[in-house]
Write a protein that binds this ligand. Sequence first.
Ligand SMILES: CC(C)(COP(=O)(O)OP(=O)(O)OC[C@H]1O[C@@H](n2cnc3c(N)ncnc32)[C@H](O)[C@@H]1OP(=O)(O)O)[C@@H](O)C(=O)NCCC(=O)NCCS
Length: 323
Amino acid sequence: MSPVHPENWPVLVIKGGVDDELLRDFTALAAAAEESDGNPPLSEQTFVTLRAGESGSHPLLALALYAPDEDSDPATAQDLAGFAVVVEEADGTGVLEVAVHPSYRNQGVADRLVATLKSSRGFDGLKAWSHGNHEAAADLAAKYGYVPVRELWKMRLTTSAAELPEAVLPDNVTLRAFVPGQDEEAWLAANKAAFSHHPEQGNMTQQDLEARMAEDWFDPAGFLLAVDPSGRILGFHWTKVHPRHGGHPAIGEVYVVGVTPEAQGMGLGKALTVAGIRYLQDQGLHAVMLYTDADNAPAVSLYRRLGFTRWDADVMYGPKNGG
Ligand SMILES: CC(C)(COP(=O)(O)OP(=O)(O)OC[C@H]1O[C@@H](n2cnc3c(N)ncnc32)[C@H](O)[C@@H]1OP(=O)(O)O)[C@@H](O)C(=O)NCCC(=O)NCCS
């Protein structure tokens, strides 16, 4: 490996969308980081935004730091040592995620990216995710005056199928699978109502939904809707299957569970969650996980009662003064 002087390496600052080559490099680095850390360094929305490029619904700012290859002209960018991505919102806020290749850790790569971000964009309205709450991320956050402001738990089911409670649907409520081309608009409205308090999930757009439906993993049969006799959506449980990769076995995910406010507290969330887990188990998936905000008391209580326990946590950092 070349001698390490990341403070001298050029940082590419890209506004809008990244090209296919950069996307490939980012994806490969994210995979290497996940393999080494056990956590993906980017959230799913960031990947959706990166893939959508200029046509995406969220503006993007990306920084890439390439290490020069000692065998060639040092001016020629070679190895992607690290990158930073900011997914911006229309209101000027943004969320930062940084990833450093395992071969380039502990050499100031992330610091150089963040320092460049500070001088090019500034930190206005900026928060940052640390997936898995990496120690180096905590140090970096502290250096820039950032403190933990939100904790997202990863939970996994530790009980067997037989131990899941029988969960009965409220009267006059039935379950059916999502129908692509028919249910998008009504589901987006139900999702917005259920997640009105939730910064990311509640703002999902038609384009965000379509991007997920275009992914290989999308399976409408595992996207359950609870409807009343008039066909109105009262709740939903969208499941996701993460196929086996490398040495990691396939795992099912309680991807999104939501109940519209007027239907909450009647046992529908529990019935939907159990139905989705049984669907995953019928597909041969016995490991099931989910993400939830640590302070979402109804959700944490529901999941704990079903046998989920805390597995890991992602931490969001924000400025100490809240500004
Ligand atoms: C979390 C959510 C799906 C629960 O759905 P629900 O239909 O209201 O819940 P249920 O009536 O089925 O209750 C199931 C369990 O949840 C827990 N629960 C529900 N509401 C609760 C509340 N306000 N406070 C604490 N626990 C609560 C109870 O433990 C209950 O278990 P019990 O019946 O054995 O006592 C629902 O509150 C919701 O849609 N919230 C907004 C979206 C969201 O946050 N989804 C989860 C994302 S990770």
